[in-house]
Design a protein. Structure first.
Length: 131
C-alpha cells in the first residue's frame, strides 16, 4: 500500500480571495460583471472573496480558460497570466523559421558537396590531350 503524506498535497487557499480580487481589478470590472463573464453567480464570487466559500474547480477552470495561471492563483508563485496563445504561436513560428534556416544551410552545404563531387568526376573523365 502506498502512503502519501497529506501535507505534501495541501495548498493554503487563504490568499486565493485576495488574488481573485486582483484578477477582477485587472479585468477592470465590478464583481457582478466579472461573475457573469466567467459564468458564475455573483453570490459565488462574493462568498469566495469574503472567505465564506472555497474556490471551486469550476471557478478555477473558468479563470484558467481566460488566461489566469492556476499556479499563481493557488500559490502566488509565477505570473498572474498565462502566455497568450498568439505569443506561443509567434514563438513556435520563430523556432520553426530558425530550424528551417539551419536545414536550408545544411541542404546547401550538401548540394555544394555533390556539385564538387560531380565536377571532380567530370574532370577525371576528360580525355587528356597527348602532347
Amino acid at each position: 500500500m502506498l502512503y502519501l503524506d497529506k501535507r505534501l498535497w495541501t495548498v493554503d487557499l487563504s490568499e486565493v480571495p485576495e488574488r481573485l480580487d486582483q484578477v477582477i481589478e485587472r479585468a477592470e470590472m465590478n464583481r457582478t460583471a466579472f461573475a457573469k463573464l466567467i459564468g458564475q453567480q455573483p453570490s459565488v464570487i462574493s462568498e469566495i472573496l469574503n472567505g465564506k466559500r472555497k474556490i471551486s474547480v469550476r471557478v478555477m477552470t473558468a479563470l484558467v480558460e481566460r488566461g489566469i495561471s492556476l499556479d499563481w492563483l493557488l500559490t502566488g508563485k509565477g505570473c498572474m497570466t498565462l502566455p497568450k496563445p498568439a505569443d506561443a504561436r509567434h514563438q513556435v513560428a520563430e523556432e520553426t523559421r530558425a530550424y528551417a534556416q539551419l536545414q536550408g544551410q545544411a541542404i546547401l552545404t550538401r548540394l555544394r558537396a555533390i556539385v564538387r563531387e560531380i565536377e571532380t568526376d567530370l574532370s577525371e573523365d576528360k580525355p587528356h590531350d597527348p602532347d
